[in-house]
Write a protein that binds this ligand. Structure first.
Ligand code: NAD
Ligand code: ZN
Length: 359
C-alpha cells in the first residue's frame, strides 16, 4: 500500500477562481519569474482566464480530442524547455482529467530527466516536480486529488500513470462555476468515473477504513446528483459532484480500482475510446462481477436519459480481441485487487472476449 498523501491546500468555493491572481503573485518573486498555463482547448476562444495571465507567462492550449499520450507530454515538456532557459515558478492546469494529468506529468518531467514513459509505473519519479496548481473544469475523474496521471503509451500498448506522491497537486482551486458549460453526456460519463472508482474500491481486497469512508460518501453524493429530483447540473449538484470527485480521488490514494478500469483501458488502447465513456460501456456489462451495483448504474443512465454507444466490439477479428485482452490483462494490480492473485484463471481469453463482445 503506497503511503497516502493529500493535496496540500485547496479552496472549494463558487467563484474561487478569483483567488488565482494572489496565488500566482505569491509564487513570482523575481521579475523574470513566469508561469505556464496548460488549458483545455475548449477555453481557447474564451476570456475566462485572461485576467490571470501576464505577458511573460506561457499559455499552452491542450487538445483533448484524444486522451493524453506519453509523446504529447514529452512534446509539451520540450516546448517549455526551449521557450525559456529558466524553469517556470508554477504550472497551472485548467481542464478535465486529461489536462490535469498532463500538467502533473509535465511538472514531474521538467525536474526529473528522460521521457514520460520512463516514469509509467509505481514510485519511479525521483524528485519533486514544478509547483502545480490544479483547476478542474469538469468533475468525476478525481485526477485533482490522486497520485497518478494517466497516459497512453502506443509503443508499449500500455495505459498507465506516473504513480507517485510527487504527482499530487500542491494547490487546487475547486470552483463549481467552471463546470457549467460541460455538455450533459460528458458530465454524466465523467461523473460516473467517481461512482465506478468507489464501487471498485469498496469491492476490492485492499479494503481500508479511510478509503471506504471516502468511497461511501462519494457514492452518496453521486446518488443525490444522478438519482435525485433536481437537475443533475444544477448549482447545488455541480458542487456535490465536485466534492464527490475529490473524495473519489482521495479514496483511490488509499486503495485500487478493480475490473472496470482494466477493461476500459483495453477499449482506450484499441479504439481510443475515452476513459469515462469506456468505463460506462464496461460497467454496463459487469453484472457478473458487480451484480450489487450494475442495476443502480443502469437506473442512473435511465433517469438521466443517457444512451451508450452499442456494437463497439461487434464483428471484430481475433487480432483485435487479442489486443483488447492484452491491454486489459496487463493491469495486474487492479485485477488482483478485484479477483485475487489467480485473476488470470477467471479472466481467461474466452471470458474477456465474451465481455467485450457484449459491448
Ligand atoms: P477530459 O479532460 O478528457 O475532457 C473531456 C471533454 O470535456 C473535452 O472535450 C473537454 O474539452 C471538455 N470539457 C472540459 N471541461 C469543460 C467545460 N467546463 N465546458 C465544456 N467542455 C469541457 O475529461 P475527463 O473525463 O475529466 O478526463 C478523462 C481523463 O482523465 C482520461 O485521460 C483518464 O485517463 C484520466 N483519469 C485520470 C485519473 C487520475 O487519477 N489521474 C483518474 C481517472 C481518469
Ligand atoms: Zn477512472
Amino acid at each position: 500500500m503506497p503511503l497516502a498523501k493529500n493535496v496540500s491546500t485547496y479552496l472549494f468555493e463558487t467563484k474561487s477562481i478569483k483567488s488565482l491572481k494572489d496565488l500566482i503573485r505569491q509564487r513570482k518573486k523575481n521579475e523574470q519569474d513566469y508561469v505556464v498555463f496548460l488549458i483545455d482547448h475548449y477555453f481557447s476562444d474564451n476570456d475566462l482566464f485572461k485576467d490571470y495571465i501576464d505577458v511573460n507567462d506561457l499559455v499552452l492550449y491542450i487538445d483533448t480530442t484524444d486522451e493524453p499520450t506519453t509523446d504529447q507530454v514529452d512534446e509539451l515538456t520540450k516546448t517549455i524547455r526551449t521557450t525559456n532557459i529558466e524553469l517556470p515558478v508554477s504550472l497551472v492546469g485548467i481542464g478535465g482529467g486529461s489536462t490535469l494529468d498532463i500538467t502533473k506529468a509535465v511538472s514531474n518531467l521538467l525536474t526529473n530527466h528522460g521521457n514520460a514513459e520512463d516514469y509509467q509505473g509505481w514510485d519511479l519519479v525521483k524528485v519533486q516536480g514544478i509547483y502545480k496548481i490544479g483547476i478542474p473544469t469538469i468533475s468525476g475523474t478525481g485526477a485533482e486529488a490522486s497520485r497518478t496521471c494517466v497516459m497512453m503509451n502506443e509503443r508499449k500498448n500500455l495505459k498507465l500513470g506516473m504513480n507517485s506522491e510527487f504527482t499530487i497537486y500542491d494547490h487546487l482551486i475547486l470552483d463549481p462555476e467552471l463546470t457549467k458549460s460541460v455538455p450533459r453526456d460528458q458530465y454524466f460519463y465523467t461523473g460516473m468515473d467517481t461512482y465506478i472508482h468507489c464501487v471498485e474500491s469498496l469491492e476490492g481486497n485492499h479494503r481500508h477504513a479511510l478509503a471506504d469512508a471516502f468511497s461511501r460518501e462519494a457514492l452518496n453524493l453521486c446518488r443525490e446528483v444522478f438519482l435525485g429530483d433536481e437537475d443533475m447540473m444544477s448549482d447545488v449538484n455541480r458542487q456535490k459532484l465536485m466534492a464527490a470527485s475529490y473524495l473519489g480521488g482521495s479514496a483511490l490514494a488509499n486503495s485500487f480500482v478493480g475490473i472496470v478500469h482494466p477493461f476500459s483501458a483495453g477499449l482506450s488502447m484499441t479504439f481510443h475510446t475515452h476513459h469515462c465513456i469506456a468505463n460506462c460501456l464496461v460497467m454496463n456489462q459487469m453484472g457478473e462481477f458487480y451484480s450489487k451495483w450494475v442495476p443502480e448504474f443502469k437506473e442512473m443512465l435511465k433517469k438521466q436519459k443517457i444512451s451508450l454507444p452499442s456494437n463497439v466490439c461487434k464483428g471484430k477479428d481475433e487480432a483485435t480481441f487479442q489486443k483488447l485482452y492484452d491491454s486489459t490483462i496487463i493491469h495486474e494490480k487492479p485485477l488482483g485487487n478485484a479477483l485475487g492473485s489467480k485473476f488470470r484463471e477467471i479472466l481467461t481469453f474466452e471470458k474477456v472476449k465474451e465481455v467485450f463482445s457484449k459491448i
